[in-house]
Design a protein around this ligand. Sequence first.
Ligand code: FES
Length: 165
Amino acid sequence: MDENKPPRMYFIGKKEDLVQAKRMNVTLDGRDILIIYHQRTFYALDLQCYHAGSSLEPGDIEEINNKLCIVCPKHKYKITLAEGEGLYKATNPAEKVPTPRWYSKGIKQRVHKVTEVDEDIFVTLSNCPGWIESDYYQTEKGRAELRKAQESEDGEADVNADEDV
Ligand code: FES
């Protein structure tokens, strides 16, 4: 992210339309963003999951440790909607009675600011300094990797379709 760029608010749409749509993805300044409306709140985060780039758009939303999380459809990673924090469940073998608990991996997915002005919804891209893992899939290299993976999946699908004939 360019930290010196003044933050710009991008108009996304009318609140009423976005509330009805519940989810939509947009590309702002070359960045793919997922907008979610859930429990009367808007969220905006990078569209591609930090783990391996799958689209988060169809992900379920669950509450974990009092935080709303989107569950990536591909490998079920949990990402908090408000902060972009990666959560995982584990047990600590040092405990007398090891009990599974949720732990944080820190911020993994870049989240953006949503502003409502007179029924219009705007997104301001995060200019949080430093590298956040989801940034990778917004780079040329990350996008090329996703295209390649998609092409190989499509190729496999074609082979399977041929086999069914
Ligand atoms: S791509 Fe999202 S969990 Fe693996």
